[in-house]
Design a protein around this ligand. Structure first.
Ligand SMILES: NC(=O)c1ccc[n+]([C@@H]2O[C@H](COP(=O)([O-])OP(=O)(O)OC[C@H]3O[C@@H](n4cnc5c(N)ncnc54)[C@H](OP(=O)(O)O)[C@@H]3O)[C@@H](O)[C@H]2O)c1
Length: 287
């Protein structure tokens, strides 16, 4: 099986690639289309975008020109905070679908646990039952919040996309996801370059044993503990490097050594900080 085609089976039976390509902060439309097309040609089969990223049209254009049949691709997009209501969720979904130029979306996520996400979820459940989206999920839901959500809703989320990397392992979050049958997906699996991850001595030393880079070791560690990953790179060499993680196996001792790097909190997002919540509500993506 080719690297980008290793899959995880979601709770509803849909198969999702274990590794995908993230397009956050590739804002320039031409660059985003070019990079997404390069990623698909390189072997990525999952593309992770969001209404908030402002690049769904570029992703759609790349899907049309990459020369890979639509059914071989898995496209994720996300509902932004501004549209977190029953009414707006349906409209926002249609807007995303049109921008992407797709008949159906493979995975639609509640981007942030802010706003009236319970009402929005009822609309997502309908979209799912109508066959407009193959799987629905959430993002940035922390353990107690995910438990409350799963205990309340009719259709449990199939995926929870959260920040997961060696400096923020989130074992408790993974245990809760496992309990509810929610597949974990790592955003910022390379810690967005923080803490010198690309030259980190522990990761570099382990990588040297396999002829792999620190980045590849960090990515391999997540998939080996059952977490799907969506690294971003706007560089073709690095995007290929990030996909070349399926031909080696970390030992239990190496896995444990990497988990030791955990600092127990994020240095990127601050979901329990009221000022952060206010900032997210203030980010408008349309009039
Ligand atoms: N749901 C959410 O709230 C949420 C939040 C954040 C991100 N995401 C998703 O997750 C994806 C990935 O997260 P992210 O973009 O924040 O961070 P990331 O993938 O952890 O890191 C991306 C950074 O690492 C660099 N990089 C990538 N591969 C490398 C390599 N092999 N060697 C050295 N440098 C490398 C990239 O630079 P170059 O581009 O120059 O290679 C870029 O600066 C996003 O694109 C987005 O789709 C979701």
């Amino acid at each position: 099986m080719k690297a980008g085609q290793v899959t995880v089976t979601l709770s509803n039976g849909v198969r999702m690639p274990m590794e995908g390509f993230g397009v956050y902060q590739i804002a320039d439309p031409a660059e985003c289309a070019q990079m997404t097309e390069a990623a698909i040609r390189c072997g990525y089969r999952l593309i992770d975008t969001a209404a908030f990223y402002g690049n769904e049209e570029s992703v759609g254009a790349a899907i049309r020109t990459a020369g890979v049949p639509r059914e071989e691709l898995f496209v994720t997009t996300k509902l932004w905070v501004q549209d977190m209501s029953y009414e707006n969720a349906g409209k926002a979904f249609e807007t995303s679908r049109e921008k992407l130029g797709l008949d159906s979306i493979d995975l639609y996520l509640i981007h942030q646990p802010f706003g009236d996400f319970f009402s929005a979820w009822r609309r997502l459940e309908e979209l799912y039952h109508e066959g407009k989206v193959r799987a629905i999920g959430v993002s940035n839901f922390f353990p107690a919040q995910l438990a409350n959500f799963c205990e309340t809703v009719a259709v449990k989320p199939m995926v929870n996309q959260v920040e997961l990397h060696p400096f923020f392992c989130q074992e408790a979050a993974l245990a809760t996801m496992q309990y509810y049958g929610v597949a974990p997906q790592a955003w910022a699996p390379l810690a967005r370059g923080k803490r010198g991850i690309f030259v980190h001595p522990v990761l570099t030393k382990i990588g040297a044993r396999y002829g792999k880079t620190a980045a590849q070791v960090a990515l391999r560690w997540n998939v080996q503990r059952g977490v799907s990953i969506i690294p971003k790179s706007a560089n073709e060499e690095r995007m290929a490097q990030n996909l070349a993680i399926w031909d080696f196996q970390l030992t239990d001792v190496e896995m444990a050594a990497i988990s030791q790097l955990d600092i127990g909190h994020s240095e990127i997002s601050f979901h329990d900080d009221p000022a952060y919540v206010r900032r997210m509500h203030a980010r408008k993506i349309h009039g």
